[in-house]
Design a protein around this ligand. Sequence first.
Ligand SMILES: [Zn+2]
Ligand SMILES: [Zn+2]
Length: 260
Amino acid sequence: MSAMELTVLGCSGSGPGPDSPSSGYLVRMDDHALGLDLGNGTLGALHRYVDPFDLDALLLSHLHPDHCADVASLVVYRRYHPTPPYPPTARRLPVYGPLETADRLGALCSASAAERAEEDLSDVFEFRELSERLRVSVGGCALRACRTVHPCESYAVRLEHGGRSLVYSGDTGACDALVELARGADLLLCEATWPHTGPRPPGVHLSGREAGEHAAAAGVGRLLLTHVQVWYDPADLLAEAKAAFDGPVEVVTAGATYRV
Ligand SMILES: [Zn+2]
Ligand SMILES: [Zn+2]
């Protein structure tokens, strides 16, 4: 059994930056491939690693565009590819997301209000609702989720495979449920959007220090920081996280792959 590998398709917080698309990740193990979010620009990066037809499933933490905008381009790829490996209608891609996912992505893919009524995307996707009660196997991984603290319905997810565990925070402010979900995980991929000093509206994002505090409280093996906004210096957030968490910490970069 192969180990889980996490590849960063994009990690720029709240929107794409000069060095990275918005948020999106690829998790691979054995013959499986899972997408974790698909923000602006990440579909192009995904092509470097797998054919998008080969995804087992796509998990969307929430429906802010920096986490799901490229789903519109994935629809085009799956629907109009001239030589697909199989008819998309015969193997629809499972898309896990918040309650409104099908409706909101349908609107995203529509060019007009009149067209929207027909744009249900069910020819290419099979929508499944993320919830805290969900206990399923997705692409060879056991999946669990918890609600996070963000202005819209948002989730963190925990993936387990071959005795290893990866937790992705999605977007969140300070969140006890994230600490519980991440307890004892081998790797926590955690958002750290802004520095602890400066304007920090509550219930939206974590600072570098808070990401470190969540990792320490959960007792994770390793912390990877992501979702740093383009106008902040990742080194500052890394220093904050290191002051709060004794284990290994890095700021991820687009294109990097990490063994879980
Ligand atoms: Zn975001
Ligand atoms: Zn968000």
